[in-house]
Design a protein around this ligand. Sequence first.
Ligand SMILES: *[C@@H]1O[C@H](CO)[C@@H](O)[C@H](O)[C@H]1NC(C)=O
Ligand SMILES: *[C@@H]1O[C@H](CO)[C@@H](O)[C@H](O)[C@H]1NC(C)=O
Ligand SMILES: *[C@@H]1O[C@H](CO)[C@@H](O)[C@H](O)[C@H]1NC(C)=O
Length: 566
Amino acid sequence: AVYQTITMDWRLCLVLLLTALTCVVWGQDDQMPPKMISTFKNEYYYPRDSILTDASINCKAWNGQIHYEWKRNGVVVPNSQFVSIDGSTGTLKFVKIANEDYGTYQCFATNDYGTSLSKLFKVKESRLGSFPAGDPEEVRCKQFEHCKIQCRDKPICLPDSQCRVQWKIGVGTKSNVYNNIRIGVDGNGDLHIMWTKANDWNGLQYRCGVWQEQRKIFVVGSDTTLRIDPARSIPNSEPISVFKKNGKAMYGGKGVLRCMFSGYPAPDVEWISPTKEVIKDTDGKYAISDFGRVLTISHAEPEYEGFYICKGIIRKVESGPERVFFNVTSAPILTGVNQMRDEIVLVGKKATFRCEAESLPNEEPPTFPIWKKNGVYLVIDGGKYIISENSKLLEVIDVQKGSDTGTYQCMSENSEGVLLKEAILKVIDPITIRERPLGSYKIVLGDVLNLAVVADTDPSLTLQYKWMFTDYQGNEKEIENSEYWKISWPNNNNLTIDVTQVTDPGVVTGVYQLKIYHNYDQKVIYVTIETDIITTENESEVFLPDGQIQLYHMFQNHLGLAFSEK
Ligand SMILES: *[C@@H]1O[C@H](CO)[C@@H](O)[C@H](O)[C@H]1NC(C)=O
Ligand SMILES: *[C@@H]1O[C@H](CO)[C@@H](O)[C@H](O)[C@H]1NC(C)=O
Ligand SMILES: *[C@@H]1O[C@H](CO)[C@@H](O)[C@H](O)[C@H]1NC(C)=O
């Protein structure tokens, strides 16, 4: 509704008032493209052909009403008896897995404004093979000396994290060989006796087996008999390296380094970091286990990479230093600033996405990024998209609400994995001014003037208003409520200038500036307020040189005098 108020003072201007319903718009209705919030492992392992009670993978995305879809090897997974898909919660559930269910999966989360993707991950078979039937073998070792019993024909066991070699001794699988400072199992599953005792034999069989934790299955291999040749004297032995293994960890993950030393008596192991400090078990970052033979490094950072040194020690006698390398690797990462940031852009403007994918130092560089929108490859010709800086920069030109709003993906790959990073583009209308006051008004004592603005913006955003005032001396200040100024609340789009209670209307004369804004756009409106208060108005007779008399109207206000011819 628009209405006008006419002040009846004949000398002054009419005051036009614009009134309208003020749209109070809150950021409730997001109308945003979806954004994946679930994180996924690189691989999931499930056994084949058995009933699974706990095999579901959740996919969740933000923003509004979302429909989920899953793809296996690029093909939509249908809902079936043994693989259920919940399109509204995003859960993929395996009840029983057949061979064709293994593969590369990806979740797609779609709403009216776009599609967000999960990373690609693999569903693999959790499995444990069996040892081939083999003839017993015999291993001969010397008393007091190092002895290694190989775990022969170890079967495939996946995933690695669920598999453990366990040695058995004697008949059946009842008695375990327990690790102690003298006896240990190395990273390949082979059994080491750091120094051999006569009774390590006893005519018993050693058998290595593999335990698969997830499936709770144990398989055992064929027998090895140990013969021990007695020694005539107790040796004076030094620590000797019998096993070592480099370690590897993904950025943020966990890795292990292994060192094993033989000797009599069984050696202790000391670990030294690449920065030459002796590693203590209590360090938090490190854990030492298996009688010193295993160093576990958690939460691997790129700077943990390097050569670690291990030494065997027997009564202060040290072995030579053994070097083991800890390699921290990663799929490509984004290290720069402003990488794949969500963008809210005005219609007609340009959106920019950066995807400066890098590998960790000393690793193979990643592929140049490829770009998708809502999971579909961008069609580069046509000028809508400009890709530059080795594909690390995507610009979307002249954005439009319907066609360019969406979820954008950049993907890059190296030997260690795939990076998939997403950013949302939301295109919004600029701020439009529907109603505004005139550019200037004159005001006299006793007037009340409303300066009201009606403006629109994208429904997802809330407008803010800020009033500034500059007087004729050039002093600028933000307008606050006072005896002559009143700003409407909660929407500050209406300023009332009230000079009924002041003696000098000059306090309100000057330039008013209203800034209408949100984070992505702003508009400014200027209104000049003058006063024309006639403190004196009379007719004066002026005697002209030719003897004539001229009548003038004389006006005076606080700014000065004015004359007008009668
Ligand atoms: C501005 O505020 C005045 C005084 O509160 C009110 O009379 C007028 O209707 C308002 N105008 C608008 C457009 O909100
Ligand atoms: C660490 O592993 C990565 C990936 O397998 C490999 O490219 C790199 O050469 C390794 N670094 C060293 C120093 O061995
Ligand atoms: C008109 O106003 C002027 C200025 O105040 C004054 O000097 C003059 O006497 C007035 N004349 C009449 C006719 O009132």
